[in-house]
Ligand binder design. Structure first.
Ligand code: GRF
Length: 216
């Protein structure tokens, strides 16, 4: 069976990338990671890809005068890699509508909150500041608006007394590491469809399975 070709875009640590690489190391996993691209040359996550033998590429946004120029370089790399799905795993650049539209329902983001609560780059800090008792993670298809788009999966994470952004962010990432590879596998196996804001899966599990935190 041909595996879905996945490219992963990162900017930093790359722990979600690591989770995808670990999943894809199993020959029965329905997707393979064909390229890892970072907009930061110093991103520690690049080393995870190199250790797994996955080709990496640095496309530094600072090297381009305009966002479309940066995105054209990104797209050239993605096309060269034969990518069929692009995962934004801690990729800290906002993408234009043109780029997003060129990957229709083929662009997935991981966001560390239960969207639509706490969009933006400080989601964990904002959740702590708001005093919520539960936050979590959202895996969603990307649309033009930042941290918006049809939701593939969400998982809740409790906010504990004494949490700071490090402890809460790390607890959220543990859940992401389980959920993201599952979402990519679901897309790779087919049967995921998007109608408006709503994602359906052919073999939709019962509601209690969706609501259960996979890491607990
Ligand atoms: C994750 O928490 C993800 O939700 C957010 O950025 C973080 C990336 O972490 N978009 P890592 O680089 O995968 O460790």
């Amino acid at each position: 069976m041909a595996r879905l070709k996945v490219a992963v875009l990162i900017s930093g640590r790359g722990s979600n990338l690591q989770a995808l690489l670990a999943a894809a190391a199993d020959p029965d996993y329905p997707a393979e990671i064909v390229r890892v691209i970072s907009n930061e040359a110093t991103a520690p996550g690049l080393a995870h890809a190199e250790a797994a033998g996955v080709p990496t590429e640095v496309v530094e946004h600072r090297d381009f005068k305009s966002r479309p120029g940066f995105e054209a370089a990104l797209n050239a790399t993605l096309i060269d890699a034969g990518a069929e799905l692009v995962v934004l795993a801690g990729f800290m650049r906002v993408l234009t509508a043109d780029f997003v539209d060129s990957w229709p329902d083929r662009l997935v983001n991981v966001h560390p909150s239960l969207l639509p609560a706490f969009p933006g780059a400080a989601a964990v800090r904002d959740a702590l500041a708001a005093g919520v008792k539960v936050t979590g993670t959202t895996i969603h298809f990307v649309r033009e608006a930042v941290d918006d788009g049809p939701i593939l999966a969400q998982a809740a994470v409790p906010v504990l007394a004494g949490d700071d952004t490090d402890s809460l962010g790390s607890r959220i990432r543990t859940v992401e590491h389980a959920l993201l590879p599952r979402c990519v596998a679901r897309i790779a196996r087919g049967g995921v469809s998007v109608v408006g804001k709503w994602v359906t899966m052919d073999d939709e599990p019962p509601a209690e399975a969706v609501l259960t935190n996979p890491a607990v």
